[in-house]
Design a protein around this ligand. Structure first.
Ligand code: ZN
Length: 474
C-alpha cells in the first residue's frame, strides 16, 4: 500500500501523487507574529511536522515553505498599541516562535518567508490581477478581488455563490466593494499603518497587502524561483483557514497563473479545552512556553497530540498530559533497555519487521498516528517479553533500528532520559563485572560496582530476568 491522504478539495482520502517525485513541495501557513503562538496553533504545526517527517520516511524529498505573517491587521494594531514600528514588535515574537518550535522538536521549514520581505512580488501579483480585470480599484483607494470573475470560487469550502452571499459578513465600512464577497488584495494606507511603518508606494496607490495575498505571492515566488513551477504538491493549515483564507489564495493564484495552485489541501482540526476552541479571543490559551516553564517534556505533548487523528478535535487536559508523560517515560526506558541489550552487536534486520509493516499501514492511511502509536506500544510489550526470555543482542540491535526509525517520525521518546551508546556500553560492561563478582561471592566488589554505576546517574534493579537499569531523571 502507498500513502493516501485526505484532500479537502475532493473530500476524499486520495492516493498521494506528487507532481515530480521524489520532490514534494509543501506550503504551510505559519504564525501571525503579533503575540506568542498558543498550543492550539502548535497542534497544527505538529500535524504538519508529522506529515513532513512521514513523507521523508517514505522516501520523498520534501521542500517545506512556511510564511510568517508580519504585516496584517493584528500585527499593525499590536505595534501601534505598543508604540513601536512594525518590525520592532514582530521580531521578538518571530524569535519566540522559533524557540517554541525547537522546544516541541518541530523540524524547521526549509524557508521561512516574512511577508514584509515579499512586498515586491505581492505588488506584481496585484498588478497582474488588475491587468486581467479580475481585480479592481475602488474609491477608497484599495484593490479588491472580484469573486464573480473566478468561476470555481467556493470549490474548496464547498459553498456555492448564493450561500456565500447570504453568509457573508457585511461590515459597515465595506461599501466600497462592488460585491459583498469581494475581498481586499491591497488596503489603502490609513494613519495607523503610516505610524508603524506599514505602508508602501505602488502604481495602484499607497497601502499594504491583505493577508490572503501574502501567501499566494510568497508561495508562487518560492516555487517559481526554485523549481520553475506554479503548483504546490501540498498546501496545509488549520481547518479555520479553509474559508476564506485558502479559498482566496486559490482565487488569487489560479486567477493569475491559470494553473492549479495546490494539488492536495490538508487541514488539521482544532484543539479544544473543555469543549471550547482554544483562542486568544476566549482567553483560554496556553502557550508552548507555559509548558516549557512548567518543565514539561515536549515528548509528552507530542504524544498527546498524536494520540488523536489530525482530522479530529483534540481535547486538551492535564490528565491527558500526565498519561502521555507516563507513556513516553515507558518508551524511554524501553529504548535504554534495547541499547543495553544490543551492545555493539550487528543488527538482525529481520527483527522488527512487524512493527515496520504495522506502522506503515497506519501512517499510509491518512497519517493514522493513533494506530501507529498503538503498534509501537504492542511492539514494546512483545519485545520486552522476548528480552525477558533471553533474546540475543543481534535481535535487540535489529529492534532498536526499527524502533528508532518510527521515532524519527513520531519523536516521542524523552530526550533527557536517552542514554548515549558509549554510556550504555560502559554500563553493560560494569553489570557483567558485577554479576561475575557476585558469582564469585565477592559481594564487597559487587556493591562497589553498584556504587560506581549509581554515581553515573544510573538506577540498577535486580529482577528475576536479570539486572535492569535506567537513567535517573535529571
Ligand atoms: Zn496562508
Amino acid at each position: 500500500m502507498s500513502l493516501r491522504l485526505y484532500n479537502t478539495l475532493t473530500r476524499r482520502v486520495d492516493p498521494f501523487e506528487p507532481l515530480a517525485p521524489p520532490r514534494v513541495t509543501l506550503y504551510t501557513c505559519g504564525p501571525t507574529v503579533w503575540n506568542f503562538a498558543h498550543i492550539g496553533n502548535f497542534r497544527t504545526f505538529l500535524f504538519e511536522d508529522l506529515l513532513r517527517r512521514y513523507l521523508e520516511y517514505s522516501g520523498y524529498d520534501v521542500f517545506q515553505i512556511m510564511n510568517l505573517t508580519d504585516v496584517d491587521d493584528r500585527t499593525i494594531q499590536a505595534a501601534a498599541k505598543a508604540g513601536v514600528v512594525l518590525t520592532k514588535h514582530t521580531e521578538p515574537f518571530t524569535q519566540a516562535f522559533f524557540e517554541d518550535r525547537d522546544y516541541l522538536r518541530i523540524k524547521p521549514a526549509h524557508v521561512y518567508t516574512r511577508a514584509t520581505a515579499y512586498i515586491g512580488p505581492m505588488v506584481e501579483l496585484v498588478q497582474q490581477l488588475l491587468d486581467c480585470r479580475i481585480a479592481y480599484r475602488s474609491e477608497d483607494g484599495s484593490v479588491y478581488y472580484a469573486v464573480g470573475k473566478f468561476d470555481t470560487y467556493g470549490r474548496l469550502s464547498q459553498l456555492d455563490k448564493r450561500e456565500l452571499k447570504a453568509g457573508a459578513r457585511v461590515a459597515s465600512d465595506e461599501y466600497a466593494k462592488d460585491n459583498v464577497q469581494d475581498f481586499a488584495l491591497w488596503k489603502a494606507a490609513v494613519p495607523e499603518d503610516e505610524k508603524v511603518g506599514a505602508a508602501w508606494d505602488t502604481p495602484f496607490g499607497r497601502g499594504r497587502p491583505g493577508w490572503h495575498l501574502e501567501c499566494s505571492a510568497m508561495a508562487l515566488t518560492e516555487i517559481r524561483s526554485r523549481f520553475g513551477i506554479e503548483t504546490l504538491d501540498i498546501h496545509a493549515g488549520g481547518v479555520d483557514l479553509i474559508f476564506p483564507h485558502h479559498e482566496n489564495e486559490i482565487a488569487q493564484s489560479e486567477g493569475a497563473t491559470g494553473r492549479t495552485f495546490a494539488r492536495h489541501w490538508m487541514h488539521g482540526e482544532f484543539l479544544t479545552v473543555e469543549g471550547t476552541k482554544m483562542s486568544k479571543r476566549f482567553g483560554n490559551f496556553l502557550t508552548a512556553r507555559d509548558l516549557r516553564e512548567e518543565g514539561l517534556d515536549p515528548a509528552a505533548f507530542r504524544r498527546l497530540v498524536f494520540l488523536t487523528h489530525y482530522r479530529q478535535q483534540l481535547s486538551f487536559s492535564d490528565a491527558g498530559l500526565r498519561a502521555a508523560q507516563g507513556s513516553v517515560t515507558r518508551l524511554g526506558e524501553f529504548r535504554d533497555r534495547l541499547v543495553l541489550a544490543a551492545r555493539t552487536a550487528k543488527a538482525d534486520l529481520s527483527a522488527g519487521n512487524e512493527l515496520e509493516t504495522q506502522f506503515r499501514a497506519a501512517m499510509d492511511d491518512d497519517l493514522n498516528a493513533p494506530e501507529a502509536m498503538a503498534a509501537v506500544f504492542s511492539f514494546v510489550t512483545n519485545v520486552n517479553r522476548e528480552l525477558d526470555a533471553g533474546a540475543g543482542p543481534e535481535k535487540a540491535a535489529g529492534w532498536l533500528k526499527v524502533f528508532d526509525r518510527t521515532m524519527d517520525v513520531l519523536d516521542v521518546t524523552p530526550r533527557k532520559a536517552a542514554v548515549a551508546a558509549d554510556l550504555a556500553a560502559w554500563v553493560a560492561e560494569r553489570i557483567a563485572a558485577r554479576q561475575q563478582a557476585r558469582k564469585a561471592g565477592d559481594y564487597a566488589a559487587a556493591d562497589a560496582i553498584r556504587g560506581e554505576i549509581a554515581a553515573r546517574g544510573i538506577e540498577l534493579e535486580d529482577t528475576p530476568a536479570g539486572p535492569r537499569w535506567k537513567k535517573r531523571d535529571a
